[in-house]
Each structure stands twice: as C-alpha cells, then as structure tokens.
Design a protein around this ligand. Structure first.
Ligand SMILES: [Zn+2]
Length: 70
C-alpha cells in the first residue's frame, strides 16, 4: 500500500501547528554519510550560481535531486 503524505484527514487538531513543514532540498558532497538540507531560498541561490562547499571534503555541494519535508 502506498502512503500518501500530506495533511491529515481530520482537521480538528487541538492546537495550531506552530511552524508548517518546510521543503528541504538535499545536497551531497563526497563524504559518504553527509547530506545537507537546503531551504528553498538557498536552493534558489545555488541555482543562480552560488556555490556551497562541504566543510569536510571541500567539494562543492551537489544537488541530489531529492527533497524532504522538515
Ligand atoms: Zn564532504
């Protein structure tokens, strides 16, 4: 069965959620275990030519094509 992610079906939540989930864009470097979650704003900057380096291996972070909600 495939799970559908999104808003819960019931809307009678006892209190409002403080912060809506934000979409994070996953970037990776050459470190096997590392991944970097970029905000949409940072992701847009990267698309405009900004380059972000991994503090460990010093390679330029590469967009993995994956996203997640956080
Ligand atoms: Zn690295």
């Amino acid at each position: 069965m495939q799970q559908i992610f999104g808003l819960p079906a019931r809307r009678c939540h006892p209190y409002p959620v403080k912060r809506p989930p934000r979409l994070q864009h996953i970037y990776t470097c050459q470190c096997p275990e590392w991944e970097f979650a970029f905000s949409s704003r940072r992701h847009a900057l990267a698309g405009q030519g900004y380059r972000y380096q991994c503090p460990e291996c010093r390679t330029v972070l590469d967009y993995s094509g994956r996203q997640r909600l956080e």
